[in-house]
Design a protein around this ligand. Structure first.
Ligand code: AP5
Length: 209
């Protein structure tokens, strides 16, 4: 089963994907995570996209599409995957249509005020990408990952100016995908405001219904 997670920055796509992949038994593919891993490892791609991610802009379509094409060609996606953060433009959605058939698009619905609260309080474990929130999902010990003991970090693009820009980019480039998939009849709107387990239940119920 191939699932696309669509929604504004900070709506909880990565959090849901970490839970949903266990339910569905398919890998979670996050383009943002792949870019951040390349930046951390100092690859050529990482050097090319570092400034773009920090500012909250979009990596050019041709770079992103080829990266996803390569990832979808790997063996572990044979029975499907959860795509988180791709597609983000109409050109990416059209390219994806050529690569895979999409069973469902989960559209996360959340207002801007909640988005800003979620992003500004988010913290990450740098080696695994495990996601925390200083208020709604804090680690056992402040600033420290529960499992590895490493120091949590804040993403560069979770600073106020980058958050503003990411929301603008979402409205201009990504929100049109809602109508794109509405036209195909495979979109499911999900209220992203409840706690993660409740969002998961709503998604699983919708996928089974
Ligand atoms: P990406 O990493 O995809 O960022 P994003 O889409 O902006 O989404 P986020 O990861 O910020 O948020 P999320 O919805 O996953 O929320 P999360 O679960 O973490 O992309 C980053 C950058 O990479 C882009 O800006 C761009 O530069 C580039 N890029 C990536 N894909 C690209 C593409 N296709 N084309 C071009 N460029 C691309 O949750 C957020 C916080 O809320 C956490 O603290 C969490 O604990 C908390 N939370 C989550 N769910 C809940 C809940 N239900 N209740 C309470 N708190 C919650």
């Amino acid at each position: 089963m191939n699932i696309v997670l669509l929604g504004p920055p900070g709506a909880g796509k990565g959090t849901l994907a970490a839970l949903l992949k266990n339910e569905l038994g398919v890998p979670h593919i996050s383009t943002g995570d792949i870019f951040r891993s390349n930046i951390k490892n100092g690859t050529e791609l990482g050097r090319k996209v570092q400034g773009i991610l920090a500012s909250g802009g979009l990596v050019p379509d041709e770079v992103t599409i080829e990266m996803v094409r390569g990832r979808l060609g790997e063996d572990d996606t044979a029975s499907g995957c959860i795509l988180d953060g791709f597609p983000r433009t109409i050109a990416q959605a059209e390219a994806l249509d050529e690569m895979a058939s999409i069973n469902a698009v989960i559209n996360f619905v959340l207002d801007d005020e909640e988005v800003v609260k979620r992003l500004s309080g988010r913290r990450l474990a740098p080696s695994t990408g495990r996601i925390y929130h200083i208020v709604t999902n804090p680690p056992k010990q402040e600033g420290i990952d529960d499992e590895t003991g490493e120091k949590l970090i804040q993403r560069d693009d979770d600073k106020p100016e980058a958050i503003r820009h990411r929301l603008e980019v979402y409205r201009k480039e990504t929100a049109p995908l809602i109508d794109y998939y509405r036209g195909k009849g495979n979109i499911i709107d999900i209220d992203a405001s409840p706690a993660p387990e409740a969002v998961l239940s709503a998604v699983v119920e919708a996928l089974n219904g």
